[in-house]
Structures are given as C-alpha cells and as structure tokens.
Design a protein around this ligand. Structure first.
Ligand code: DAT
Ligand code: MG
Length: 150
C-alpha cells in the first residue's frame, strides 16, 4: 500500500488546527499507520529539507519547522501521495484552492501549515526518516476499509 508522510507544522499546532488537519486526511480515507508529537531537531530538519539546501529561504524554513512541536503522521492508502497533496493545496497559500487545507486556513508560504510528500519514493524515504519500522502498524485493517478501498 502506498505511503505518504505528513507534518502538521508548528503554526498549525500553535493555532489549534491539529485535529482539523488530521481529520481532512482521515475523512479522505487514508489510514494512519504511525503518529508522533515531537519537536524536530536542526539535523533532522536539514535532512528532511535537504533538497532545498542553499536556497535563500532554507535557513528560515529550518528555523520555522524546528521552532515549536509538530505532529508527524505516516498514512497509507490508494494513491496516498497524490491524495494528500490535493488535500493540502498549492505551496503558496494565495494560489491554493478553497477546500484545501492551505486554501482554507493559510495566507503565507512560510506559514503554510502542513507538509506532504511529493512522490511515492519520497514518501518512503520521509516515513523512514521519522519512524522506525516498529513504530509503524503497516497493513493493519479497519472495518471500514472495504467501504474505502475497492
Ligand atoms: P511543499 O511544502 O508544497 O512541498 P516545497 O517542497 O517546494 O513545497 O517547499 C518546502 C517548503 O519550503 C514550503 O512548504 C515552503 C518553503 N518554500 C518553498 N519555496 C519557497 C519560496 N520561494 N520562498 C519561501 N519559502 C519557500
Ligand atoms: Mg515539498
């Protein structure tokens, strides 16, 4: 089953939007396989955002993501990566459609509330960066699964 990695970012936790954001993915049908509340270290932030190292916004991005606790979640489901990205909306909140998390709750790129993996490969890598395999309940089943997965 495809996996994706979500961060409910510091601004979302501080603003009391944690439940709202998790519920968007849960209601879509994605199945939680791991979830933790933690403050991301400098080194883990730099690893997670390594693709952006050297860009002008990198220092601010690392400082923001490490500034306060976050909720990290591993989800699995059919097309989990694309489904979560659709629910999140465009990187720049002013371009995000209404009905998406960023389109409904955010205004600025540096306070865009939520991270979601951008490819199936990165989904695997990011889940592994934040969770050990024994912290994941991969493949557990919900009684509702036959009503979500065909
Ligand atoms: P996304 O979070 O939608 O996957 P991304 O991977 O391109 O976007 O960038 C990661 C984060 O970095 C993004 O959520 C906000 C920040 N960011 C990206 N581009 C930026 C820019 N041009 N100026 C400021 N922050 C930026
Ligand atoms: Mg990204």
């Amino acid at each position: 089953m495809e996996r994706t990695f979500i961060i409910v970012k510091p601004d979302a936790v501080q603003r009391g939007l944690t439940g709202e954001i998790i519920s968007r993915f849960e209601a879509r049908g994605l199945r939680i396989i791991g979830m933790k509340f933690l403050q991301i270290s400098q080194s883990l932030a730099e690893k997670h955002y390594a693709v952006h190292a050297g860009k002008p916004f990198f220092a601010g991005l690392v400082s923001y993501i490490t500034s306060s606790p976050v909720v990290v979640i591993a989800f699995e489901g059919t097309n989990a990566v694309a489904a979560a990205r659709k629910a999140i909306g465009a990187t720049k909140p002013q371009e995000a459609e209404a009905g998406t998390i960023r389109g409904d709750f955010a205004l600025e790129i540096g306070r865009n509330l939520v991270h979601g993996s951008d490819s199936v490969e990165n989904g695997q890598i990011e889940v592994a960066n934040f969770f050990s395999e024994d912290e994941l309940k991969s493949g557990w089943s919900r009684n509702t699964d036959p009503w979500i997965f065909e």
